[in-house]
Each structure stands twice: as structure tokens, then as C-alpha cells.
Design a protein around this ligand. Sequence first.
Ligand code: HEC
Length: 124
Amino acid sequence: MQKNPIVPFILIAAFGIALIFFLSIQGVDKKKEIAEGHEEGATEETEGGESAEGFDPEAVAQGKCISCHGGDLAGQGNFPSLVDTKLSKEEIAEVITNGKGAMPPGLVEEANVDAMAEYILTLE
Ligand code: HEC
């Protein structure tokens, strides 16, 4: 039987295409994993779909809280320290959601308030 010189090329092409499929499917899986919050600082409790994907409380604190509560959230002037607060998680969440005194409400989206309160509790 005469060998068709094209066959090895077809095999290599088919292998290449299969490889592309394999890698892209793997990529989609990885993407999901990353989106589900495997970054540092993400709490284990994000599983139940409580907090939005990729919420990073530390980054949000740096962006939205330090202007009043100070660079390390340890308080400044009339703004109380969030470090080692005596408040419970629920009380912190309540302040974040509804504001308090000069503190405006709604700085953190509702879905992320819990994660934010948990983060505040880790400050020391
Ligand atoms: C505009 C200034 C301002 C910003 C921004 C701000 N806060 Fe506040 N925060 C305050 C003030 C003022 C109080 C004290 C309110 C009072 O006791 O009357 C307070 C109190 C709190 C308390 C209660 C502390 C205690 O011991 O009673 C928590 C918790 C808190 N803030 C969390 C946050 C978080 C988290 C952010 C960022 C998402 C934030 N705050 C951003 C001004 C601010």
C-alpha cells in the first residue's frame, strides 16, 4: 500500500486542534476558580454566594474608609478606630449599612457588607 505523505500532517494538525480545545476548556475552569475568590484576603465563607465575586475588603477599606478612619484604620481626630473594636460583626455590619453620625451609609454594597465586617474584625 502506498503511503500518503499528507497523513502525518493531518495527524499533527488534529493533535494541535485537540490541544487547543483542551487548553481552552482548562482555562475556563481556572477562570471560574479565580472568580470564586481564591485571592488572598477572601474569606472562606464566600461560598454560599453571600458576597459578590472578587470582593477584596482590604482594597475597599483603602479606597473608602481610610479617608476618615485613618491609614491603618486606627482612627484619627473624631473618627473612631476600627482596630480591635468592641463591636460584634452584626453591629459593624449595621454601621456600614446604615451609617452612624457623620459616617455615610451605603459605602459598601449590601452583598459585601458581611465580608467587610469580617475583615474589620481581623484588624489588630
Ligand atoms: C466620611 C467619613 C467616614 C467614612 C468614609 C467612613 N466612616 Fe466609619 N465612621 C465615621 C464616623 C464619624 C464614625 C463614628 C460615628 C458615631 O459614633 O457617631 C464612624 C464609625 C464607624 C464604625 C463604628 C465604630 C465604633 O466603634 O462605634 C465602624 C465599624 C465604621 N465606621 C466602619 C467604616 C467602614 C468599614 C468604612 C469604609 C467602608 C467607613 N467606616 C468609612 C466616619 C466615616
